[in-house]
Design a protein around this ligand. Structure first.
Ligand SMILES: NC(=O)c1ccc[n+]([C@@H]2O[C@H](COP(=O)([O-])OP(=O)(O)OC[C@H]3O[C@@H](n4cnc5c(N)ncnc54)[C@H](OP(=O)(O)O)[C@@H]3O)[C@@H](O)[C@H]2O)c1
Length: 255
């Protein structure tokens, strides 16, 4: 049976990805950073719901140079038949050019660029060594990267670079590994956002609704199984990437 590796499987969207992979009959190995207890609860509920599949968790700290390299190495050493990798780990925080801190930009680059690059390199070697059939990588990005605003500067720079990395890897890994991305729009209420602000944000989208988990299922099914698709970003954003409405340039509307 084939296995999918999900980096960042404990967040709301991350755990949804893990469940979708299970619904598609894959064994899943997923990582946590600070959410160990949640990861254990996730495993418990997965084992109850999908008794025929296997699930495993692994600690992964994207900001720790030594730990992340060791973790990636161990994951590919200890698990066989990994056919796809999801990269969902992310740090979302607010800054603008005028108040950005170098340390924050470094963190964004570590988690959104250096780690996915390290994983791509390791997965390529793993695929060749283990003769994996139809392997693929999916990066969770943000439709913000094509609908630029002055807000969330370091985050946007990191995610934009991840989109560039997606397209670069797709070219380098042809024809062995397909590399694609999901450009997510506002799916869950932001940590610093009130419920009113979240509804206001959804109302401003061309399709006036949040992308649903069922749509995420359909997108993932397509990206995992459509063998002619590579180097693409599937925008699951209710039209946000069309640039239909732009946030007020003076104040951040959408915390
Ligand atoms: N939610 C949305 O509406 C939305 C909109 C656009 C794009 N996205 C993108 O979709 C993805 C999922 O969104 P989300 O809201 O569920 O994300 P999230 O709440 O920000 O969580 C992201 C994941 O990153 C992990 N993480 C954080 N710091 C880490 C570190 N230092 N090392 C390793 N892992 C770390 C977290 O693990 P722990 O909890 O274990 O620390 C968590 O599993 C993200 O890539 C996000 O950028 C989401």
């Amino acid at each position: 049976m084939r296995t999918i590796l999900v980096f960042g499987g404990t967040s709301t969207v991350g755990f949804e990805i893990v469940k979708i992979c299970a619904r598609l009959s894959y064994n899943v190995v997923f990582t946590y950073n600070s959410s160990f207890e949640r990861a254990q609860n996730c495993i418990h509920s997965l084992k109850e719901k999908f008794p025929d599949l296997s699930f495993d968790i692994h600690h992964f700290d994207a900001l720790d140079n030594y730990q992340r390299e060791k973790c990636v190495q161990e994951l590919f050493q200890n698990h066989c038949n990994i056919s796809s990798v999801f990269y969902n780990s992310s740090l979302f925080f607010y800054d603008k050019i005028e108040n950005h801190k170098t340390d924050d930009l470094n963190k964004s680059m570590d988690i959104h660029v250096k780690c996915p690059l390290l994983i791509l390199k390791a997965f390529k070697a793993y695929v060749v060594k283990n003769k994996i059939e139809n392997p693929s990588v999916i990066h969770m990005i943000d439709s913000r990267v094509v609908n630029l605003t002055p807000h969330f500067c370091s985050y946007t720079l990191g995610k934009s670079s991840l989109w560039t990395l997606t397209q670069t890897a797709a070219r380098e890994f042809i024809p062995d590994i397909r590399v694609n991305a999901v450009g997510l729009g506002p799916m869950t209420q932001g940590e610093k956002q009130t419920i009113e602000q979240f509804h206001q944000q959804l109302e401003s989208l061309p399709l006036k609704k949040k992308p649903s988990f069922e749509d995420l299922f359909k997108a993932i099914d397509c990206l995992l199984h459509c063998q002619s698709l590579t180097g693409q970003m599937l925008y699951l954003d209710s039209g946000m990437s069309l640039g239909w409405q732009f946030p007020d340039q003076k104040k951040p509307r959408f915390f």
